[in-house]
Design a protein around this ligand. Sequence first.
Ligand code: RUQ
Ligand code: CUA
Length: 659
Amino acid sequence: MWGKRKLLVGGLSALALGTLLAGCPAKKEAPKPEAVGTDAALKVYVAPGQQDEFYVFFSGGFSGQVSVYGIPSGRILKVIKVFSQDPETGYGYSPETRPLLMTTHGFIPWDDTHHPVVSKTDGVSDGRWLFINANNVPRIARIDLRTFETTEIIEIPNTGGNHASPFVTPNTEYVVAASRFSIPVPQRDVPVETYAENFKGVISFIKANEPGKMDVSFQILMPGFDYDLAHCGKGPSYGWCFFTSYNSEQAHTLLEINASKNDKDFIAAVNWKRAEECVAQGKYKEMPATYYHNVYDEKKHMATSNVRRSVKVINPKDCPGVVYLLPTPKSPHGVDVSPDGEYIVGGGKLATVIPIHSFSKMLKAIEQKAFEKEIDGIPVLKYDATLHCELDKPCLGPLHTEFDDKGFAYTSCFVSSEVIKYDPKMCKVVDRAPTYYSIGHLVIPGGDSTKPWGKYLIAMNKITKDRQLPVGPELLQSAQLYDISGDKMQLLHEFFTVGEPHYAQALPASLLKDKVVKIYPLAENQHPYAVKAEKDARVERKGNEVHVYMAAIRTHFVPDVIEGVRVGDTVYFHVTNLEQDWDIPHGFAVMGSEEAEILIMPGQTKTLVWKPKAPGVYPFYCTDFCSALHQEMQGYIRVSPAGSNVPLRYYTGTPTAQK
Ligand code: RUQ
Ligand code: CUA
């Protein structure tokens, strides 16, 4: 059956294949009962009160966030706020968090997240941080996996479409990034037809192993292709990272045809140890480039922005040996490196084979100068010289590959809606399982590292019609959980995900759960407007600004009556949650506010900015059901006309005398 479909597609034009890839999943029937094992329910049942075995971090795609689920149950645990404003918590609204979303394009309250990647030590996922890319306005965020909060965001200059990002080197020396959409470098006003001459790709290495200190260490100027995905070498291939590219045709319009002409595009193999040498020897140009670096301070509960002004750019012509191109069929999407560091698998989405390059053969080919030509000073290696094997008739539309702990590789196939399992060394498919439908990425715990935990595989599916109760024209994407501990993959479970997950990372719960932060110590709170006790709560006027130093504790605000505010004032409610108990946030909202509420964690201070527009008395209240007297957790703020002389006063409990 599969063979027939392949023949059919083999005869299609690139345009037709493009349409197939974009829109129409191969028609699959609903799974026969045997597709789901009879013992599946038992394998995924996590009784109420019991905890899951793995955390899974899904990118949110166009939601701009990251969502956290437990596996095997598929229960949602949290949505981590990263690149999009979040009305639930005030993230990206409060003055404490807005600086995280500052860029050279101004304040950007949204982005498109694709690839969460956990930090690594010796090639093993270590659970310290999760990095994730913003595709639209090129940025990389660091999420602290003690607090599950975004603590740092760096903008990537000279880049359009930060898609091949943020894959990490084995000791988190760097996270990498590359241009999906080549642009004029430096950015300038040129006709788009001059693409071939003026547009460049850029590969960036961002220093990542010290929190708060991310920095673009260097960039490598590349031919104007579209750089799609990446993974870094490990073990014997330590010191290298691999980037797929498509559009080696350098088309600038109707790419579905014009970028699908060449039989082969490239995987770029970058020797970052060599790049470091070139930087040390001064073989780079310091280029003006403006980009933001935003850091959240956990003690001050506040983010700040810094603007950087230049970046080191390496031209491969000046640094021989820094990059090689490996011809790879055809418009490859994913590139994935086996846990032993030897096999480099290209997911040629328009190819009828899956090419597996050998790292050791690549080194030999470089040594023997088995070059076919040069592009912009970059040697192109001979395909046969680096190829370990071509996995023949694998599936249709191969995209991404992960690895288990027994030497097997698993590739997702978008067009034929399946996962195939194979031995990369022997180049032989040993199993295949349908997905429902149109799988993009897949993830195995540790499946991109030197130490996969195996056991489960999760398929992330793009199209889910008829899989769930209908809810209008758009349906959530699905995650399908497979047991991969036996010879055959077994579908266990299906659950639905937030936004559009692309990649994901999964970690054993034991790696994280004991170091998760439960409260912020009040004594360590260095927020400039924090109050440490109810008695310190107060209101101060500075010209047209009214600063409320407010305390929140079950179940009142101090102060809860405020008078003497006037139309034309800006009121800053700086609310400190004095609680020191786990899972007791208080919320704060005021009538007529144009901002979202703020949700304040125990020991934390957050600010809501409010500009009253008309005289009156406005209620404020706690939004989070924090105790039996939560409904009593409320207050009033009186607003008088502009120019009024109602004196400023405030109290909780006993009215203070009106002056
Ligand atoms: S990419 S499947 Cu970023 Cu494959 Cu989405
Ligand atoms: Cu505090 Cu409800």
